[in-house]
Structure formats: C-alpha cells, structure tokens
Design a protein around this ligand. Structure first.
Ligand SMILES: [Zn+2]
Length: 204
C-alpha cells in the first residue's frame, strides 16, 4: 500500500474527499475522545448515499450489535456496500444519534447554545462545494462516539472511549464521496468537552 493523502483536519473543521474503489481511508483520533461525523455518497451518482437503516438491518441479520466495528459494512439506500470497516482500535462507532445542529443544541442545551458551531453547518458548507444542500443531509456515522442505549430505550452520549492515536480503517467498495465534520460540540462529552484535530491517511 502507498500513501496518497496524509492530512490533519483542525478541531471543528470540515473536510471532503473522493475515495476510489479499493482505496483505504484511516481516520486517526490523535488526542482521544474526538467524535468524527461522516456522510457518504456514491461519487458517480450522489442520489445513492449512506443509509443507517440498511446498515443496521444488515448488521442485525449478521448477528452484530448496533455499534459499528471491524467487519461492519456501510450500505447505501440502494442496499449496496459502500465501505467496509477493515480495522478498528476503538469498537464504538455510532450511527443512531445523528449529527449535532444548532436546532438540536437549542432543544438539548438551551437557547444560548443556538449560535455555537455544529456538524450540520460543517456538512452544509462542504455539501455546497459538491453542488448539494440541505435535502442531501441524510443519516451519518459518528466515528469514536459512544452512544449506549439504556435498558429503557434511552439513547445517551457518553464519554468517548478512544485512546490517543486510535484509528479506524475504511475500505471503499465503490467510488465514494466522503464528507467529514470534525465535531465542534462542547455541550456533551462526545469530544471530552475539548474538540481536537484528527488525521486522515488514504492509501492504495
Ligand atoms: Zn457534532
């Protein structure tokens, strides 16, 4: 494998890249406890995009739980494999809790948080660079985000469990447009209340 991209994404910043089928993207949580929100689109036809429902249904059929980890396949809304998690040092990647937004912050944490930066803003800014907008915001993956589901069904964002330098490797199964929001949230523990940089390494 040879490295074709090696880039550090600053705290709170967005990023996007097209992976060719067969390329592997490593997302590295440099300082630990950093949630990395991600959206995925078929690079050749962006109406085909990541589907949390298809992904979790396939996992359940394979006897896996709802967290994503090594062996998980990320499926599109056309039930085709988009990416496969081929390595993972963390074990806790969520696809149930969605991305933070100023609207959700207002409901969860109070009106004074409305003007804080959020993943939704990062995604909208990055979608605009690819000719897409609000209607293209769909379900996402939250890498390194620990979201246990309580026995009563309650879904909570708990302290992150990733170690410094922890990583996940994603192999593209088709040409995939990847959008990333290095989550700026500081109102819950998904980033240890301290957003930090991440590193992206793409190899083929
Ligand atoms: Zn966020």
């Amino acid at each position: 494998m040879s490295i074709i991209t090696d880039i550090t994404i600053p705290a709170r910043a967005p990023y996007s890249v097209v992976l060719k089928a067969g390329q592997v993207m490593r997302i590295i949580d440099l300082e630990s406890q950093q949630a990395v929100d991600a959206l995925f689109y078929n690079a050749a036809d962006t109406t085909e995009r990541y589907s949390a429902q298809d992904t979790l249904a396939a996992q359940a059929a394979a006897g896996r739980e709802y967290y994503l980890s090594t062996g998980s396949v990320l499926y599109s809304n056309e039930s085709r494999p988009m990416l496969t998690l081929i390595a993972d040092t963390c074990g806790f990647h969520d696809t149930c809790a969605g991305a933070c937004s100023c609207e959700a912050n207002t409901v969860r944490f109070g009106h004074e948080t409305r003007f804080m930066h959020s993943c939704r803003e990062n995604f909208l800014a990055e979608l605009g660079r690819h000719g897409m907008g609000k209607r293209d915001l769909v379900s996402n993956v939250n890498f390194f985000m620990n979201v246990p589901i309580r026995p009563n069904g309650e879904l909570t964002v708990d302290d992150g469990v990733s170690e410094p330098g922890g990583y996940v490797d994603l192999r593209a199964e088709m040409d995939v447009l990847v959008l990333i929001s290095n989550c700026p949230q500081v109102n819950n523990p998904c980033n240890g209340f301290n957003p930090t940089p991440i590193q992206i390494v793409i190899s083929e």
